[in-house]
Write a protein that binds this ligand. Structure first.
Ligand code: PDD
Length: 283
């Protein structure tokens, strides 16, 4: 992955080294802000409306007034992609409440601080073909996991714990109910039925999750948006992640035990093929 030269900062495009963020930025002090990560395929934003829906919903809940309309944001991001010559990669966009002396209440007059940059990265094809390993851990996050805020410490700690335990990813659970992973959603398959946690306050409403559920419906796969337990996870025929950076990635071992026969199953492969077609349709 390589990060590219131009940054969208406030109302202009600046070279990376020309951007300076204040030490009084509330994002820096409090994580008081929100973000989005978009995938770029063939130089185009993937599913921009779903990302802007979530961005607007988060901004509203945090009472941060977005400085641009969604059509302005989409046009600026597309311009940034062009300036940085990104064909395949990601766009990261963050908006904080703004800059003010450190004090908990909202400052009375403050302008949000917006920053967006791009990265060039190839699709995770090897990982999607081979699958990954995961361990389970307590979900110790707050109760508004549906908001895409900058506060990611629990996600970071859980991800690092997985790596330290020799696994690739962490599967989070609340008292035995599986929620999601550190930066992706999780789905399982049992007897041909797809199951994933409902899109409520306990998970991020993933854009990829939405796309995969749409594809599953088109394929006529039975699906349930219902919570499932660690026990059901342990007995699943298939399990996989969905996310902007991981796309549709099979999980082949959980807590040291194989999922199904320990290799990517037929349903995840069917969904990967359908996802591939959805990306190609973008060109
Ligand atoms: N994360 N759940 C969590 C906790 C996430 O952070 C993400 C995305 C997802 C998947 O959402 P989507 O399909 O919209 O990418 C689920 C981004 C990629 C990140 O923080 O880097």
């Amino acid at each position: 992955m390589s990060q590219s030269g131009w940054i969208w900062y406030q109302n202009e495009f600046l070279p990376r080294q020309a951007v300076s963020i204040s030490p009084d930025d509330r994002g820096y002090y409090f994580g008081d802000g929100l973000y989005e990560v978009f995938r770029v395929y063939n130089g185009l934003l993937f599913e921009p409306s779903a990302h802007f829906d979530r961005l607007e919903r988060t901004a509203k809940a945090l009472q941060i007034a977005l400085p641009f309309s969604r059509s302005q944001m989409e046009a600026r991001l597309q311009e940034l992609i062009g300036k940085n010559e990104v064909t395949n990669g990601t766009v990261y966009m963050q908006i904080t409440r703004g800059e003010a002396a450190r004090s908990h209440p909202f400052p009375p007059y403050v302008e949000p601080v917006l920053m967006a940059h791009t990265s060039v990265s190839e699709r995770p094809l090897d990982m999607m073909r081979r699958g990954i390993t995961a361990v389970t851990a307590d979900d110790i996050r707050w109760l508004r996991c549906d908001l895409k805020t900058l506060n990611l410490l629990p996600n970071i700690l859980a991800k690092q714990e997985a790596l330290d335990r020799g696994a690739d990813e962490v599967i989070l659970h609340r008292s035995g109910t599986v929620t999601e992973c550190s930066a992706s959603n999780i789905m399982i398959v049992k007897n041909g039925v797809l199951r994933t946690h409902p899109a409520n306050h306990l998970i991020l409403h993933g854009v990829t999750r939405l796309v995969v559920l749409r594809l599953a419906r088109e394929l006529g796969l039975p699906l349930l948006e219902e919570p499932f337990t660690l026990e059901a996870l342990g007995q699943a025929d298939e399990a996989f992640l969905t996310g902007t950076t991981v796309e549709v990635t099979p999980i082949i071992r959980i807590d040291g035990r194989p999922v199904g026969n320990g290799s990517p199953g037929p349903i995840v492969q069917q969904l990967q093929t359908a996802f591939e077609a959805a990306i190609s349709a973008l060109a």
